[in-house]
Design a protein around this ligand. Structure first.
Ligand code: F6R
Length: 607
């Protein structure tokens, strides 16, 4: 959500900022801008729309080697040039970019307006520029410290002052900020994808800290404004990982990467000798694991759907009560934290505000919260009490795909670990491991025959509404299929338990409303088959995802997508891939912007 970049070094800042913004565009893409310092002035360019619109108005020979940039996901104020960042004070000397929400901006704005400030935008962010100007006495770093005592809300702020050449000051509270250390050049960014082309040495900025950079130095202070010396960390991602690598879209690439990304999530974590798993990052002793009486999962969106599958699996194979809940709801309902309960905060980005704040609330009440995250060094894994990195590699498409299957993998390994400490026999463990290890190959075989899905996407792309129906472990997969379709194709889609349709949604069925049923050959197959017949009886078109050669299903359904016959426990992995492809091809058919769907952004760092 909103991308930020700052550069200070010997090279022209313009192209570096524009390139960084292109890499950050997935975080927000309704407008973008840069501000570059040169000869005691800050030249500001900003434009509604994609980075290309901005690039067209920035002169190629723009002078200046120190500057800041921003790609916006609007919170306050419509999408237009004026509301795009950077924002400046009245003199144009102080220029800022901001990610987050300033909650007391109305009061601050009123006060600043009383003092004569004229605002040029409708954003909350602009108050930061005027506030800094009203406090400025010759030192931007000190002024930032003063301003933070007056700002309420969340922020990643990066600012510069025309009178302080070669200096950028950043501050963070709740919105990510990272320092990149290069050779005689420094970077500030909202995430490492913006700077990985230039440096792999980073320092993660924490809430309350202020960072000031020049081309060759950086100075970091904590909340009490004491200087802090932090460990420099290394980014393990390669530049190629954040490029499309011959695929038309990041989403396509990420769907096709799944055999490898699932394998990476498993690697080194399976103990074949004892048919169990190793998850050292949990930071829990065997006794603590054995004493665990409950598991609770919090997350948002796709990560929540992974949590729902996990809750069903953990309870059924590890025999301990497990539930999944939306993090946004948990935070505000004063949850009861019980003893011997392990919480998981699941988040691809590790920065989702709803999940992060719920995690902090649980920790404040004394809970142990483990993270299941992808982005190494993000806030949730840093602040959690332990956890599992899923190692999917960067997920750039806004619609999450490979992170989902890797989150599932992490949970399956955790379920195995706990199950083997309880009821699951060695033989049972071996079967489970075998099933788990067969997933990448099954997915690989499915990805080599995508033509049916592509032609079904063509056939159904014109519909207005869609139902996704599944049961048991695959009920959350139906929710995920509906979410994928609506977010990138804009077709209205709902996911339900197939059993639930008779309690209301069946009223929607008519010849124009297709239902996609997930019908694996598990214990609930016959029941789902009956639900399919109920829909057919009402002339609803039916697509079924079923195992190869399931004739009963094929007889009832209008269209069939076949998946390999496998151990029932792994069907959520095999069911979700066709749904990801179906939404991808449907969105293509409708000419949608697949990687950057309207109104959305990757990494939702506001509540
Ligand atoms: C859907 C999607 C979102 C995210 C949600 C949580 O495709 O990407 O629903 O899953 O915003 O994000 P993370 O996992 O980063 O916490």
């Amino acid at each position: 959500m909103c991308g930020i970049i700052g550069y200070c070094g010997p090279k022209p800042a313009g192209p570096i900022l524009i390139q960084g913004l292109r890499r950050l565009e997935y975080r927000g893409y309704d407008s973008a801008g840069i501000g570059v310092l040169s000869d005691g002035d800050v030249a500001v360019f900003k434009k509604k729309g994609k980075i290309n619109n901005l690039a067209e108005v920035v002169p190629e020979d723009l002078p200046g080697t120190c500057g800041i940039g921003h790609t916006r996901w609007a919170t306050h104020g419509v999408v237009n040039d004026a509301n795009a960042h950077p924002h400046a004070d009245a003199t144009g000397k102080i220029v800022i970019v901001h990610n987050g929400i300033i909650e007391n901006y109305t009061a601050l704005r009123e006060k600043l307006e009383e003092d004569g400030c004229v605002f040029a935008s409708d954003t909350d962010s602009e108050v930061i520029a005027h506030l800094l100007a009203s406090l400025y006495e010759g030192n931007l770093e000190k002024t930032m410290a003063q301003a933070l005592t007056l700002l309420q809300g969340t922020y990643g702020i990066v600012a510069l002052h025309a009178d302080e050449p070669d200096t950028i000051v950043g501050a963070r509270n709740g919105s990510p900020l990272v320092l990149g250390i290069g050779d005689d050049e420094m970077f500030l960014a909202s995430d490492v994808t913006a700077i990985v082309a230039h440096t792999k040495q980073v320092v993660y900025i924490e809430d309350g800290e202020i960072i000031s950079i020049t081309p060759s130095t950086y100075h970091l202070t904590d909340q009490r404004r004491n200087t802090v010396d932090k460990k420099i960390e290394f980014i393990s991602w390669e530049l190629e990982e954040i490029e499309k690598d011959g695929y038309a879209h990041f989403m396509e690439k990420e769907i096709f990467e799944q055999p490898d990304s699932i394998l990476r999530a498993m690697q080194g974590r399976i103990d074949h000798e004892y048919a169990t798993s190793h998850l050292g990052g949990l930071n829990m002793s065997r006794a603590e694991l054995l004493n665990t009486e409950r598991v609770k999962i919090i997350a948002a969106g796709t990560s929540f759907h992974a949590g729902l599958v996990a809750a069903n699996l953990i309870e059924s194979i590890a025999r301990i009560p497990c539930t999944a809940e939306l993090a946004s709801e948990l935070r505000y309902r004063n949850p009861i934290v019980e003893r011997n309960t392990v919480y998981f905060a699941v988040s691809q980005s590790g920065e989702t505000a709803d999940t992060l704040y719920a995690m902090r609330e649980l920790q404040r009440k004394g809970a142990r919260v483990l993270g299941i995250c992808n982005v190494v060094g993000a806030t949730i894994p840093r602040e959690s009490d332990g956890g599992v990195y899923i190692h999917s590699g960067p997920e750039i498409a806004v619609a999450s795909t490979k992170a989902f299957t890797s989150q599932l993998t992490a949970f399956y390994l955790f379920a195995l670990l706990i199950a083997r400490m309880r009821d699951m026999s060695y033989e049972g463990g071996k079967e489970f491991v075998q099933a788990l290890e067969s997933i990448p190959e099954h997915i690989r075989s499915m990805l080599s025959r995508v033509d049916t899905i592509r032609s079904l996407a063509k056939k159904y792309a014109g519909v207005a509404d869609f139902l996704f129906l599944g049961r048991g472990l695959n009920y959350p997969v139906a929710l995920e299929g509906a979410l994928k379709l609506k977010e990138i194709s804009y077709i209205h889609a709902e996911g339900y338990s197939a059993a639930e349709i008779k309690h209301g949604p069946i009223a929607l069925i008519n010849e124009q409303t297709p239902s996609l049923f997930l019908v694996p050959d598990d214990a609930l197959r016959d029941k789902v088959l009956s639900n399919m017949k109920e829909v057919k009886a009402r002339r609803g078109p039916v697509i079924a995802v079923c195992v190869d050669g399931d004739r009963d299903v094929a007889e009832v359904a209008d269209d069939v997508i076949e998946i390999p016959r496998a151990s029932t426990v792994i069907y959520p992995f095999l069911m979700v891939v066709p749904l990801q492809l179906f939404s991808y091809y449907t969105a293509l058919e409708l000419g949608r912007n697949v990687d950057q769907p309207r109104n959305l952004a990757k990494s939702v760092t506001v509540e």
